[in-house]
Design a protein around this ligand. Structure first.
Ligand code: FES
Length: 171
């Protein structure tokens, strides 16, 4: 049994980038010197809408930017940020495991949260609400251990505060 959402497979020929997504990507064109330079913004736009960047999206981004799909895929795979096989949860949370947080129990907090949520690090809950992952230094070492959930930084995490977050994971 897996806690992961089913892998998304796009039927052949079915496009995944909506007109709105395409328009959002094209809006970056005047702001960058080349279309290739729009690769990373385009990946972020797609990820913001689809919560992952499936292979078909890579093909469509490549068409828009007049590049080879491999060039887009190279950039995507360089960053651990982008998921490709399945969408991440509605909220994506990174528990810091860099030195300050690790010394103050960050790894144990993530283990506790994963156990409570019934998933492993990197996985998404069955209801699709939360993906829990290891993160690297969040730049808030004085508040170790901490976690970034969406745009919200959770400082001085304890099992109690982590448990409360799990009851209503938003970010
Ligand atoms: S080590 Fe965790 S925020 Fe810096």
């Amino acid at each position: 049994m897996t806690n992961q959402p089913a892998k998304t497979e796009t039927p052949a020929g079915q496009r995944v980038l909506s007109e709105a997504i395409v328009a959002e990507i094209k809006a970056y064109f005047p702001r960058y010197p080349t279309r290739q330079a729009v690769t990373l913004p385009a990946l972020h736009v797609v990820n913001a809408h689809l919560r992952h960047v499936p292979l078909q999206a890579v093909v469509e981004i490549a068409e828009l930017l007049e590049l080879a799909p491999a060039q887009i895929q190279d950039t995507l795979s360089f960053y651990g940020f982008f998921k490709q096989d399945a969408p991440h949860g509605e909220t994506r949370a990174w528990v810091c495991r860099s030195v300050s947080c690790a010394l103050r129990g960050g790894e144990e907090i993530l283990e506790y949260m994963c156990q409570k949520a019934g998933i492993e690090p990197g996985q998404t809950t069955d209801d699709g609400r939360l993906t829990l992952e290891f993160g690297e230094c969040l730049g808030a070492c004085e508040f170790a251990p901490c976690m970034l959930a969406g745009d919200t930084l959770h400082k001085n995490l304890t099992e109690e505060s982590a448990g409360k977050f799990l009851q209503s994971p938003t970010g």
